[in-house]
Design a protein around this ligand. Structure first.
Ligand SMILES: COc1cccc(CC(=N)NC(=O)c2cccnc2OC2CCNCC2)c1
Length: 389
C-alpha cells in the first residue's frame, strides 16, 4: 500500500534519490492531444463528475460547505481550514483559469457534492526555463467516503483535463510525505492574541510564562513605523510587478507574474488578501511590498470560540526597507485587524525574520511537489519562491 498510486505516476521516486544520472526536466514527454484519454475516468457506480461553477452562489456555497466540514485538519484535529467563499472565488479564478478544472464528485441519486479537486494555470520558472504548469489544490473527499480510493481517480481526472490543455507539469503541496518533495518547509506562527491561542490549545504557556507575561511578550506597537507604508492601490500594479518579477528571479523555482496576475493576486480584497507598498514621498518610487492572505480555521469542539482568525504571509519584496521592519509593520496591521495569529513558511528569505519577530516553530512540515518534472536534488526552502493557497 506504500504509495501504491504514486509509484505509478511520473514523479521522482524515493528509490531514485541520489541517482544523479537522471537529467533535470520533464520525466515523461508530452503525448499528442489525440492520444490523451478523451472521456473522463470511471468513478465508482454511485458517483458522477460535475464541474463546479464558482460564479454560481449556490455551487460556490456547496464547495464552501464541503471544505468547511471535510478539508485539512491539523495533526491534533483541533482545527480545520475554513476557506471563505470570496477566498475560493479569488483563489480559483486567476487570469486564464479553466472552469472545467474545478472538478466535483456528486452522489448520482442525491446530487450531494462529496468530493472536490482543482487546478489553476501558472507560468512557473524552474532555474532559467519558464514552464507552463498547473497548481493543483483543494483535494477533498468527504469524511464518510475516505479509503474508497477516490483520491487517485480524482488526481488522474484533473491530470487528464490539464493534459487536454497541453500542459504537462504541475505543482502541489501536502502536509504528508509523498514521493518526492521538491522541498520540505517548516511552518512558523507569530502569536498576536496570546490569550485566545492558549485558550483554544493552539499555543501552550511556557513553564516560566504567565499569561500576563505572554501578553507583554507579544505586544506590538499601535501603528506602523515605515514612512510611506500604505495599502496597495491599482496605480501601484506596474511598479509592484517590476519589483516582484525582479525579486522572484532570485529563486530556483518561482512563478512569473504579469501585470494582470499581480492585479488579481495582490490588489487588496477584504477578508481575502491584504497588500501594502512603501512609496518614497520624494521620488514617488515604490521600494517595498508586503502581502498576506486571510485563511481562518474552524476551532473544533471549543466552548468559547468557533473560529481562529489567521493571516498567512503571501508575497513580499524589500529593496529599501529591511524585511524585518516591513514584516513588523505587517504584524501591526494584522493585530489592528484582529487576527489571532500570523503564519509563515521558511520559504524565500523568511527564516531570518521569523526568529527575530518572535515567531514560534509550528509542529509540522509543508511539502512542495512537482508533477512530471525532476530536479537533480531537492531545494532548500530558501531556494523556493512559490507560496500556495
Ligand atoms: C491552524 O489551523 C490549521 C488547520 C489545518 C491545518 C493546520 C496545519 C497546517 N497544515 N498548516 C499549513 O499547512 C500551513 C502552515 C503555514 C503556512 N501555510 C500553511 O498551509 C497553507 C499552504 C498550503 N495549503 C494550506 C494553507 C492548521
Amino acid at each position: 500500500q506504500e504509495h501504491k498510486f504514486w509509484e505509478t505516476q511520473p514523479v521522482g521516486q524515493f528509490k531514485d534519490l541520489g541517482d544523479s544520472s537522471f537529467p533535470e526536466g520533464p520525466i515523461e514527454q508530452p503525448t499528442p492531444l489525440s492520444e490523451v484519454k478523451q472521456e473522463p475516468y470511471n468513478l465508482p457506480t454511485l458517483y458522477e463528475w460535475t464541474v463546479c461553477d464558482m460564479d454560481s452562489d449556490e455551487i460556490c456555497n456547496e464547495v464552501y460547505v464541503l471544505l468547511t466540514n471535510n478539508y485539512v485538519e491539523d495533526d491534533d484535529n483541533l482545527f480545520r481550514f475554513n476557506y471563505s467563499k470570496e477566498f475560493l472565488r479569488w483563489g480559483l479564478r486567476p487570469p486564464g483559469y479553466f472552469k472545467n478544472w474545478h472538478i466535483g464528485v456528486r452522489v448520482k441519486s442525491s446530487k450531494k457534492l462529496v468530493a472536490f479537486i482543482t487546478a489553476i494555470p501558472v507560468k512557473m520558472r524552474v532555474r532559467d526555463e519558464v514552464v507552463q504548469m498547473a497548481e493543483v489544490n483543494f483535494l477533498c473527499v468527504h469524511k464518510k467516503l475516505r479509503s474508497k480510493r477516490l483520491a487517485p481517480v480524482m488526481i488522474k481526472e484533473v491530470t487528464r483535463r490539464i493534459h487536454l490543455e497541453n500542459i504537462w507539469q504541475a505543482a502541489y503541496t501536502a502536509g504528508i510525505l509523498l514521493p518526492t518533495p521538491l522541498t520540505t518547509c517548516q511552518y512558523w506562527h507569530r502569536t498576536l492574541n496570546p490569550k485566545k491561542l492558549i485558550d483554544v490549545g493552539f499555543s501552550r504557556l511556557g513553564d516560566r510564562m504567565t499569561m500576563s507575561r505572554a501578553i507583554k511578550l507579544y505586544k506590538l506597537p499601535n501603528s506602523t513605523a515605515t514612512p510611506g507604508f500604505r495599502k496597495m492601490e491599482i496605480r501601484d500594479v506596474p511598479k509592484v510587478t517590476i519589483l516582484l518579477r525582479g525579486y522572484l528571479s532570485r529563486f530556483v523555482v518561482a512563478p512569473t507574474f504579469d501585470d494582470a496576475e499581480v492585479a488579481h493576486w495582490l490588489l487588496p480584497q477584504e477578508n481575502v488578501v491584504d497588500s501594502f507598498v512603501v512609496e518614497n514621498s520624494e521620488t514617488r518610487e515604490v521600494t517595498d511590498f508586503f502581502s498576506f492572505y486571510t485563511l481562518p480555521s474552524s476551532i473544533l469542539n471549543n466552548p468559547n470560540y468557533s473560529t481562529l482568525k489567521a493571516a498567512y504571509t503571501f508575497y513580499h519584496v524589500s529593496t529599501k526597507t529591511p524585511l524585518l521592519q516591513l514584516t513588523q509593520d505587517a504584524l501591526v496591521i494584522a493585530k489592528q485587524k484582529e487576527f489571532d495569529v500570523f503564519n509563515a513558511l521558511d520559504v524565500m528569505e523568511n527564516e531570518p525574520f521569523l526568529k527575530e519577530l518572535k515567531f514560534g516553530r509550528g509542529d509540522g512540515q509543508l511539502y512542495y511537489y512537482l508533477y512530471n518534472y525532476r530536479l537533480r536534488e531537492s531545494l532548500k526552502p530558501s531556494e523556493l519562491g512559490l507560496v500556495m493557497l
